[in-house]
Design a protein around this ligand. Sequence first.
Ligand SMILES: C[S@@+](CC[C@H](N)C(=O)[O-])C[C@H]1O[C@@H](n2cnc3c(N)ncnc32)[C@H](O)[C@@H]1O
Length: 550
Amino acid sequence: MTSPALDPPESRKARGAFFTPPAIARFLVDWAVRSPSDRVLEPSCGDAVFLRAAAERIVSFPSDRSSAFLHGIELHGPSARTAAEALAPWPVSSRVESGDFFDFHPAHSYDAVVGNPPYVRFQDFSGERRVRSRRAALEAGVNLSGLASSWAAFVVHAGEMLAPGGRLALVLPAELLAVHYAAPVRRYLLDRFSDVSLVMFEQRVFPGVQEEVVLLLAEGSGTSDSILLSQVVDASGLAELARSAFTKRPVSGDLRWGGAPLEADADAAYAQGCELAGETLGDWGRAFLGGVSGANHFFALDSTDLKQHGLGNEDVVRLAPTATRHVRGVALTAARLAAADRAGGKTWLFRPGGKPGTAARDYISLGERTGVHRRYKCRVREPWWQVPLPRVGHLLLTYLNADAPRLVENAERVTHLNGLHGIELHHGRKTLGSELLPVVFPNSLTLLGCELIGRAYGGGLLKLEPGDVGRLPLPALELLRDHRLSLRGLRRELDRRITGGDWHGAVSLVDAELLSGMMGLDGATVSAIATARETLRSRRKARSAEPASP
Ligand SMILES: C[S@@+](CC[C@H](N)C(=O)[O-])C[C@H]1O[C@@H](n2cnc3c(N)ncnc32)[C@H](O)[C@@H]1O
């Protein structure tokens, strides 16, 4: 590895230089390099971990390797020199050049392009280098937005280096699957290659790096409308990864390529469940973000705070508790708000209507003395102490979830901050949806949808963006209408189980009533769905564990 003196951490970060564990490089190279005459390109080769693996691979073939060629490109001069030195002893023709990959024209000549492109977020990826990378992608017909991180253009330009039938094997950030700015890259891959496979990891495999990664294996000319997905625990699982361990998933470039893959039986059970449920949350209503106060410690209050500062009803509005552990049961009622308040939950938002009275003015001065008005969200609004309120949702859904997302009826029609999403139900569905969607929500099918559609966030949390929420499977209007009496009968018992901490019991109850009873799914299908949900939930939690250093 290039010595830290020649390559200090700040310089590495600016170039997106994180080095690939050898087991991962070897796996990708062994897949991509298939003959002793292969021409291999590594477009951001660092210290040549991939190229060394490629040399070893070429040498392992018994036949003539005189036309094999290994080509490395690396922006950082000292790393390029280290790479060249590392390749010198190998009996394979090679060249390492110090330069910007985007200065190299699409060669359409390599049999394999392998590597781990730099990951630099758009905020830090600027200037001429970004312009050049976007131009290169555009030449391949891919229009990347200004929000794209550096790896996106790398994928496209790397693809354009391949000869027809060539293979692309890259380590990429898992955001390839999910983020909106990566949609043109997803489309490019489906348009350019006939076979696109991805390998995901249950645990983080780059020591010290937060970002989750996936391995991309793309080959064959032509187009595809599905991808093959597989998941291994960590890099050691790659050695035994068999072709049969991949599950086919139909995809489009525009939509996310889903979260974790499912076993084939669970995949079929989920598809059947979605079909019988008949609708999604998007059919019922629209999710939207909560308000942003800019300083919850100042704006979100409990009744002790109100007393202490002499604030009255005219100075505050009622707020759904900011800590989502207080958002439980099927409905956020007046009694539940009061209970949350007694338990220290913040259920009042400082928001004087009209001209603030004396107590409110004093409280505003306190905010100014303690610098709240200089906080980012506060200083950009006028007056700084007036938090913009979102619409009032019929339902409230938790945004970041340690276990499972919770959906409650907003019975008191209170406002909410951004730890919750509001859901506004469509016309003709408001009464039934408010009353019964929180009853049917805790079922294994919808919760499996949350795991598949949501995104794993730091610390093993599950994050559901408003755009994701609309795709969660839920029973159709007619189904709820037909069964509204029995579902109503379930409300009290369900509420008792959830608030009593028996979440598992609550889900079993809804699975039995809704999935087996009303939707008619057989026992094996319900159990495949429930098991898959539990597996994905545990994997998500396991992923928050740090990898051991190699
Ligand atoms: C994630 S590191 C990977 C290095 C090596 N491929 C590995 O896996 O260990 C990305 C590398 O890309 C290099 N790099 C960044 N921008 C580049 C560019 N425009 N052209 C060529 N190399 C670049 C960085 O210096 C860094 O060495």
